[in-house]
Design a protein around this ligand. Structure first.
Ligand SMILES: Nc1ncnc2c1ncn2[C@@H]1O[C@H](COP(=O)(O)OP(=O)(O)OP(=O)(O)O)[C@@H](O)[C@H]1O
Ligand SMILES: [Mg+2]
Length: 248
C-alpha cells in the first residue's frame, strides 16, 4: 500500500527539551493507525506538528505527504492538501448555527450528506440545525459535531486526538462508527489515544514514550503495552506497574 504520510528523523524541542525525538513513522494510505503512549508522551505535539500549527513549525527532520515536504507549508495549505484534524479539546465556532457549521465543513454541500454524517454520530439534524454553537452545547455534543463535520468533509488524511474523550460509553459506538465510515470512504486515519478500546479500531500502531518511538507493530502486539500497564523503557519517567505495586 502506498505511503501517504511519513516522518523522517522528526525532532521538535521546546526550551531545549526534545518533545519529539527522532521519529520515523510511516502511515499507509487507507489504513487506520494509532499513536499511543502515556500522558506527556508527545502524541498531541506530533499531531500539531503534522498539522503545522503556530509554534510547531520549527522541527528538525522531515514530514512528507505523498512525497511532498510539508516543512514550508502553513496549516491552511496543509488542509488544502486534504489533511485535517479533530482536536483533543474541539475548537468552538461560537455564534454559528449547526447548519452553517456543517455546510461550511461539508465537501459536497448537500443536505443529505450532512444529515448522514450527523446520523452516524447519533445526531438528528432537524433537532439541532438551528442551534447556535455556544456554551449551551455539552462537551460530548461538541466532540460529536466536530467528528460529524470531519465525516462530511471527506478528508484524505485525518488525525483524531483522543476521539473518545468526554464521550459516554453508549456513544462510543457512534465514534467508532464514524472512524469506520471515514476508513470505508478511503480516508487514512491516525488515532491518537491512550485507550485500548480506541486502539482496537486500528490496524497498525506506534507506541511513543518521552517523544521517542518505543515500539511499533500490529495492534495485537502493541496492545501488550496496555496489558502490562507500561513497558520497560530507557526513560524511566513512568514507574513500571510492578514497581508501583511495591508502594501500595
Ligand atoms: N508549547 C509547548 N511548550 C512547552 N512544552 C510543551 C508544549 N507543548 C507540549 N509541551 C510538553 O510536551 C510534552 C508532550 O505533550 P503532549 O501534549 O504532546 O502529550 P500527549 O502525549 O498528548 O499527552 P496526553 O495523553 O496527556 O494528551 C508534555 O510534557 C508537554 O508539557
Ligand atoms: Mg494529548
Amino acid at each position: 500500500m502506498e505511503t501517504l504520510l511519513k516522518t523522517e528523523n522528526l525532532t521538535l524541542s521546546f526550551n531545549g527539551k526534545k518533545i519529539l525525538d527522532n521519529l520515523n513513522l510511516t502511515f499507509k494510505r487507507s489504513e487506520i493507525h494509532a499513536v499511543v503512549g502515556p500522558n506527556g508522551a508527545g502524541k498531541s505535539t506530533f499531531a500539531s506538528t503534522v498539522m503545522g500549527l503556530d509554534g510547531y513549525r520549527k522541527f528538525e527532520g522531515g514530514i512528507f505527504y505523498k512525497g511532498l515536504s510539508l516543512k514550508e507549508l502553513g496549516v491552511y495549505e496543509r488542509a488544502k492538501l486534504g489533511i485535517t484534524m479533530g482536536w483533543q479539546e474541539p475548537a468552538r465556532f461560537e455564534g454559528l448555527k449547526i447548519r452553517q457549521f456543517m455546510k461550511a465543513s461539508s465537501k459536497d454541500k448537500k443536505e443529505d450528506s450532512i444529515i448522514e454524517a450527523l446520523s452516524i454520530l447519533g445526531i438528528d439534524y432537524r433537532e439541532y440545525a438551528d442551534r447556535i454553537i455556544d456554551k449551551s452545547l455539552s462537551g460530548g455534543e461538541r466532540k460529536k459535531f466536530e467528528l460529524a463535520s470531519i465525516v462530511a468533509m471527506q478528508p484524505e488524511l485525518v488525525i483524531l486526538d483522543e476521539p473518545d474523550s468526554g464521550i459516554d460509553v453508549a456513544s462510543l459506538d457512534n465514534i467508532f462508527g464514524a472512524i469506520r465510515h471515514l476508513h470505508d470512504n478511503g480516508a487514512t486515519v491516525i488515532l491518537i489515544t491512550h485507550s485500548l478500546e480506541v486502539l482496537k479500531n486500528a490496524q497498525y500502531a506506534y507506541l511513543l514514550c518521552s517523544g521517542t518511538l518505543l515500539d511499533e507493530g500490529r495492534v495485537s502486539k502493541i496492545r501488550k503495552y496496555f496489558e502490562g500497564k507500561c513497558l520497560t523503557c530507557a526513560h524511566k519517567n513512568i514507574p513500571l506497574f510492578s514497581e508501583l505495586e511495591r508502594y501500595v
